[in-house]
Structure formats: C-alpha cells, structure tokens
Design a protein around this ligand. Structure first.
Ligand code: DMJ
Length: 499
C-alpha cells in the first residue's frame, strides 16, 4: 500500500499533526527531497519522540508506562512496584535527540523519586536491561553522577538473584527480601537463556564503575556453567535449571527466550575492545550451529530462522528474531574463515525477510510471528500472532544494515515504518500497539511500551542521522538500545588521548 501524499497530508491535518503536514507539503514542492532522499531525523525527535514523551508526562508521569487511549498509567508486573520505567528507559534517547528540557526534568525525577527500597518482586532481566542499562547510558552520555550511583545501587539489589546452587540467577527476585524464584511456566523450574544470558554487558560496566569485581564475577560464572555443558548439535536450549545445572526442554530459539543471549556474546567481545576471546568463540560457534540447523530458505527465496524443538523444526519466525539481521552484520567483521561477506549477506537476507513480513500486512507493520508453512511465507496465520506492540527489532536491523552498506533501501524501509506508525499507531494520547496488522480498521491495545522510546524511536533517529553519532567503534548498544562505551585497556586509552 502506498500512501498518496495528498491523502496522507489530509489525514495528518485531521489528526492535528502539523509537523508531518508541513513535511508532506514541503516534500511536494521540493520534488520528494524531504521524504524520499534526505529522511530527516528531526522529524523523529520533534514530532514522534516529543508526542510520546509529552503524553507520558501529561497522563502517566512517574508511573511505568502510558495507556495512550485511556490516558492513564499502565503498570506491568515486570518491574514490581519500582516506578518510572519510561523515564529511565527514555533518558538517553532524550539526551541523544538533544531534548534538553525533557532530559533535565527526567533527571530531576530520578534524583527525587527513583526508589529501589521497595518491597517488589521484579524480573531480573527486564530491570537490568531497562533500568540498569538506562542509568548506565545516561551516566556515560551526560557524566551526571546521580545515574552512576543509582545504577550501582540497583545492581547491588540484583545480586541475591545469583544465590542458587550453580550461580545461574533466578528470573524473579524480591528486592527487599532477596528471595528468588523462576517463572512458574518455565520447563522444569528452569531459568531462561535470554534472561540470565543478558546481564553480561551491564554487569561488566557495574564492576568497572564501582571498582567492585563482584558483578563481573557473577556473569563470568554463567559462562563457566554453560561451557561445562554438552550442547545438542552445538545449540543452546532456552531452559537451564539453576539447581541441577542441567538443560530443561530442548527448545532452541533465536527469538523469544533465546535472542539476546547470542547478542550479548558478540557484544561482550566488542565491548571488551575485542579482548574477550571466550565470548567471541562462543558467538561464532553458536552462529555456525544456527546456520546448519535453524536457517532455511523458503521456496519463494526468503531466508528465515526457524525454531528447533528436540530436533524438529517449527517454520516460524518471531518479530523478536528480526534483530538477528543486525547482529549478523555487526559480527561480520570478526567472522572466521573469510566469512565477513557471508555474514553481511545473511544480515541483508534477514532484513529483506522481515521487511516482507511488514509489507505483506495491510498496515505495513509486522506481526508478532510469521510462518513459512501451509502455503504461506512471512505471514501470520494464527490470530494470536497478528499483533504489533511497537517493537523495534526490524528497524534495529535496518539501522545496522544502513551503517554497514549505505544501501538506500534501508532508509526507505525505515521511512515506510515511520509512515505506518504515524498512520496507525499514533493517537491523541501517544502511540499504541495494534491488535491485528492484517485488519483494515485499527484496534489499539492501549499500551505505549517503554521500549518504543528507548529503542524504536532511537534506532529510527540513528537510521536517519550521520554515522558519527554514536559510532560503533566506541559504543555497543545493550538489548534495550542503551549505548555503553567500549572499555579500552590503559595502553589504548593513552594512544587515543595522544591522537
Ligand atoms: C525489549 O525489551 C528488548 O529489545 C528485549 O531484548 C526484547 N523485547 C523488547 C522489545 O521488543
């Protein structure tokens, strides 16, 4: 579906969306200059981020997330009664987009109100990637001590999660009592690979900033446990029991339950200034096994990453899995045996497949999961897989592919997503997820996820900005898109200072 510029302009006028209207008009007079060639990052900050932030501020200030239709706060049990998820998740985006007043008010809220001395059972993974990651990035970008202090304080609260027989942490932790447990639905009382495997970057930085080695020791021990275990076909199952140290069900996924474990192996190596050889080996060995056992091509020529259940493939790919295109591209440079070009190509093929999953819907936004069986390709067939909750992974992959190839199609695809978000997700009170992206009329889920501000909008902004904004030689992004600096050895630091 192509939105005709005139009807799009009228639509934006009806919605009281003057910036976009102005852009459409300018675009018409300037032969497509604004929208087709020089996609403007200012549109993402001035129009989209501002709308998301202002409405959160107006209707849900200090609460975790915004319900943009009912115009009130949304609380999720992931954070227990820790408050302010959107504020902490958005801090670095505000800083990067130079939204100075908003950053200042967010910082003041953190100083006055962010409180971890609460009786709350939280998800260790979610609190780590959003709160610890958000605070660390805010500290590194702004140099404001309060963020460092809060990050270390929260890191200390998370430590009791590692009190298990193996040191593999619990998924859930009461940060007052220090009592942990796992999700009741997880196979055989297991912890989840993508959860305990996505602490590494933040915990290495916590040790660095606090000069307390405990954080790094905890995550290095996770590696040790994993490296002692046999892996079926070289693959990592999603479930690991923290008491017995044995795998649960042999389900393998590069999407939900597995995804960011692989991402953090690669990024741990990059963040160590390429000195963490163990992380590097684990990443490239895992990618080799993924290629052999999970990556397939559809009869229509689309490359996809299937899920593996005890040796059988389920030909389904989650929206979450789409981050892997960017990961393959980011890892291409270090790929062994002259495989750099191959990894970039793999990234490009995943980007294309994920773009198809968007393009084959009526709203041009991708479903939660899409299938390659029963005569369909890159289409959701089950009603409960047709929703879109403002997720970033496809745009994240476009951003990485753009940086590595400068192929203009990635900016074009990113702009298609901008148009679709504006048309279907933007409402008076912010941005909302959609219940069915194949439907012709919008049914909103009434949640503005905090990752929309921390990831989706940040990756869009970076996609349309110059490459020297947060260059990859100096920064790695945690799985919630919070940039963390590469940690250089003393010699390298000196060399850089001399330059
Ligand atoms: C985010 O919290 C992170 O990207 C996480 O790794 C996966 N899920 C959401 C976004 O979809």
């Amino acid at each position: 579906m192509h939105v005709h510029p005139l009807s799009a302009a009228v639509h934006q006028l009806q919605k009281g969306n003057p910036w976009l209207l102005l852009l459409f008009i300018l675009n018409q007079f300037c032969g497509g200059f604004f929208l087709n060639q020089h996609y403007n990052p200012a549109f993402i900050s001035l129009q989209m981020m501002k709308h998301a932030w202002d409405n959160y501020k107006r209707y849900a200030w200090g609460l975790n997330e915004l319900k943009p239709i009912s115009k009130q706060g949304h609380s999720s049990n992931l954070f227990g009664n820790i408050q302010g998820a959107t504020i902490v998740d958005a801090l670095d985006t505000l800083y990067i987009m130079e939204m100075k007043d908003e950053f200042k008010e967010a910082k003041e809220w953190v100083e006055r109100n962010l409180d971890f001395n609460v009786n709350a059972e939280i998800s260790v993974f979610e609190v780590n990637i959003r709160f610890v990651g958000g605070l660390l990035s805010a500290y590194y970008l702004s140099g404001e001590e309060i963020f460092r202090k809060k990050a270390v304080e929260l890191g200390e609260k998370l430590l009791p999660a590692f009190n298990t027989p193996t040191g593999i942490p619990w998924a859930l932790l009461n940060i007052k009592s220090g009592i942990g447990r796992n999700w009741p639905w997880a196979s055989g009382g297991s912890s989840i690979l993508a959860e305990f495997g996505t602490l590494h970057l933040e915990f290495i930085h916590l040790s660095h900033l606090s000069e307390n080695p405990i954080f790094a020791e905890k995550v290095m021990n996770i590696r040790k446990v994993l490296n002692r275990l046999d892996k079926p076909e070289g693959l990592y199952p999603n479930y690991l029991n923290p008491s017995s140290g044995q795998w649960g069900q042999h389900h393998v996924s590069i999407g939900g339950l597995g995804d960011s474990f692989y991402e953090y192996l690669l990024k741990a190596w990059l963040m160590s200034d390429k000195t963490d050889e163990e992380g590097k080996k684990m990443y490239y060995d895992a990618v080799q096994a993924i290629e052999t056992h999970l990556i397939r091509k559809s009869s229509g020529g689309l490359t996809y990453i299937a899920e593996w259940k005890g040796g059988l493939l389920e030909h389904k790919m989650g929206h979450l899995t789409c981050f892997a295109g960017g990961m393959f591209a980011l890892g291409a440079d270090g790929a062994p045996a002259d495989k750099t070009g191959h990894h970039i190509e793999l990234g490009a093929e995943i980007a294309r497949t994920c773009h198809e999953s968007y393009d084959r819907t009526s709203m041009k936004l991708g479903p939660e999961a899409f299938r390659f069986d029963g005569g369909v390709e890159a289409i959701a067939t089950r009603q409960n897989e047709k929703y879109y909750i403002l997720r970033p992974e496809v745009i994240e992959t476009y951003m990485y592919m753009w940086r590595f190839t400068h192929d203009p199609k990635y900016r074009q695809w990113g702009w298609e997503a901008v148009e679709a978000l504006e048309q279907y997700c933007r409402v008076d009170g912010g941005y909302s997820g959609i219940r069915d992206v194949y439907s012709n009329h919008q049914s909103h889920d009434d949640v503005q996820q905090s990752f929309f501000l921390s990831e989706t909008l940040k990756y869009l902004y970076l996609l349309f900005s110059e490459d020297d904004l947060l260059p990859f030689e100096h920064w790695v992004f945690n799985t919630e898109a919070h940039p963390l600096p590469v940690l250089r050895g003393d010699d390298e630091k000196k060399e850089e200072e001399e330059k």
